[in-house]
Each structure stands twice: as C-alpha cells, then as structure tokens.
Design a protein around this ligand. Structure first.
Ligand SMILES: C[S@@+](CC[C@H](N)C(=O)[O-])C[C@H]1O[C@@H](n2cnc3c(N)ncnc32)[C@H](O)[C@@H]1O
Length: 293
C-alpha cells in the first residue's frame, strides 16, 4: 500500500479543490507519457490532464499533483503509470466508425479473403489501437456476413491496444443497445445477442478476434504479414517522426496488395509512404514495387 492510501477520502476530496497542476508537473507527466506511448500532450491539454488525473489522486488519497508526480517516479508507483496512461489516452470509438472503410473492406478485401480461405491460406487482419473492441468486431461481423464459417478456417483478427480497461471490455464483448445500433445493417446487428447484461457478441465473432496488449511505440512481437491493417485515430496523437516509423513498420507487416486503413485526419508519412497507393479516402494499398515519381 502506498504512503498516501490512509488519508480519509473526504479530506482528500476537499483538499483537491485547491490542488493545481503546475507547469513543471505537467511537463513531467507529458514527457513520461510521450516517451512511453508516444501520445503528445500540448500545453493546451493541461486542463484536460488535470481533470482526468484528479480521480487518480483521489483514489490514491493524494492532495497535490506534485505528490503524484513524485509517486510515479518510484518503484512502488510503477503500476500507477499504467493507470496514468489509461486515464490520459483517448479511447473514443464506435461500431462502424468511418463506414467508408468497412464498405471498401466488404467490396474489395473480403472477396480476396474468401479466395484465400478456399485455397487454405491463412488470413490475418490487425486492428492496431482497437480501443473497446468496436473496430475489430465491426470487421468480424462484416467477415461473418459474407463468410459465415470463417471461424472454421485459419482466420484471425488481432486486436491490440495499450489500455487494459478497453481491452477488458473487448474481451468481455458486451455492449449497450445504443452502441450496437451503429452497426450498418440488421444482418450485422444479428451478431449480437441480447442478454441481461447487454448485447453480447456472438461466439462466432468472438472466436475470430484475439485481444492483446501491444504498445505501438515499442518493438512489436509480431513476425507475420497481414491482409489488412486498421490503425485509425491512433497515430494522430503521435509526432510526425513516430508516425513515419510506424507506417514503415506497417509496410513490413503487409502482404503486397494488402490494405492499410487510417483515421480521417491522418496520412501516410515518411519514406514508406512511397510504397502505398491511395485506394480511396484514408485507404492505402501496399505496393512494394511502386516506382517513386
Ligand atoms: C481514439 S481511439 C481509436 C479506436 C479505434 N481505432 C477507432 O478508430 O475507433 C485510440 C486508441 O489508441 C490507443 N493507443 C494510444 N497510444 C497507443 C500506443 N502507443 N500503442 C497502442 N495503442 C495506443 C488508445 O488506448 C485508444 O484506445
């Protein structure tokens, strides 16, 4: 137990009203977050960071941000760094978000995947920065709509994120009616079953998706290539250099002709950008033989 845990919650809560996040403490927090997970926190985010971390201070019985900053630098505070990153990361997502990607995927990719299945080749899709699972399950439902027996084949969707709470929601696979209402069709919605807890992902869709912790800023324990990578609304928080490095790593993990889907305000950057051909809005096809112009 840490040294602050004994402070009565009510006292801590009252004292928090006077707790300020100084520029120096904000700099330390933002530098730690940037170095660990790449998320850049500009000065404009100081108020947001303060409000998101206040709950953590309250939980730890701390009254000052300076105590919190000192704590996360100790060996005892190592576990708190994970909570800090979880509190700071933006996990906004939705089923069928940016629907044009799934339309492209249904029309152009799924028929190719069906052929691969037919010739007994493995199929791999990666949702990098998957948040609560809405993105990988939208992919899974699109696949099952067209290939209901996909799960009987070597067909896997890898769903990765840094946020353990989002990953836990994905693994649990239970969502609200409102969330599921965003699915593109009644057929796609039928992959959710109403239960007392909410709308549960059908076992066939669940079987296709594996949730894993993976920080895009560290070396990836991934050797294989993918038929499609979705990395949407994740790199927007990273600096251009980190984005370019990740794009180049994605290129190394895509089969020639495979597709990369990125968020609406992102773009492919850096030297590897030359190896991608635009295939629609924020949709790119990997073409390693492309001759630069
Ligand atoms: C805004 S959500 C986007 C979710 C989904 N891709 C979508 O477009 O709906 C961004 C996600 O990226 C994750 N993320 C941020 N930095 C990351 C990193 N370094 N490695 C892996 N995931 C990261 C966050 O935890 C969050 O769940």
């Amino acid at each position: 137990m840490n040294q602050f845990a004994t402070m009565p919650a009510a006292d801590a809560g009252a004292a928090l009203y006077s707790s300020e996040l100084s520029a120096a403490d904000f700099r330390e927090i933002s530098e730690l977050v940037r170095s660990m997970v790449g998320i850049q926190l500009t000065e404009a985010k100081q108020g947001l960071v303060k409000s998101r971390l206040q709950k953590r201070l309250r939980r730890l019985g701390m009254t000052q941000f300076s105590q919190y900053v000192a704590f996360i630098k100790t060996a005892e505070g190592a576990g708190e760094v994970e909570e800090l990153i979880s509190a700071i990361s933006t996990n906004v997502t939705a089923f069928n978000r940016e629907p044009h990607h799934f339309e492209h995927f249904r029309e152009n990719v799924i028929p190719l995947l069906a052929k691969k299945i037919h010739s007994r080749e493995p199929v791999r899709i990666w949702s990098a920065g998957c948040s609560n699972g809405s993105e990988p399950y939208t992919i899974a439902c699109a696949v099952l709509d067209a290939i209901p027996n996909a799960g009987d084949h070597d067909f896997h969707i890898l769903a990765t994120d840094i946020d353990k709470y989002s990953l836990a929601t994905g693994k649990q696979g239970i969502y609200t009616e409102e969330m599921v209402s965003k699915m593109p069709s009644e057929k796609a919605k039928s992959w959710f079953q109403k239960t007392d807890q909410g709308y549960e992902v059908h076992p066939k869709a669940r079987k296709l998706v594996s949730f894993k912790t993976l920080n895009l800023m560290t070396s990836w324990p991934i050797k294989r290539k993918y038929d499609a990578i979705f990395c949407r609304n994740v790199m927007i928080y990273f600096c251009a250099e980190d984005q370019a490095r990740i794009i180049s790593q994605f290129a190394n993990h895509l089969y020639p002709g495979a597709f990369l889907y990125i968020g609406h305000s992102e773009r492919v950057l850096g030297p590897a950008a030359e190896k991608f051909v635009s295939a629609g809005a924020t949709t790119y096809q990997y073409d390693p033989k492309k001759v630069s112009t």
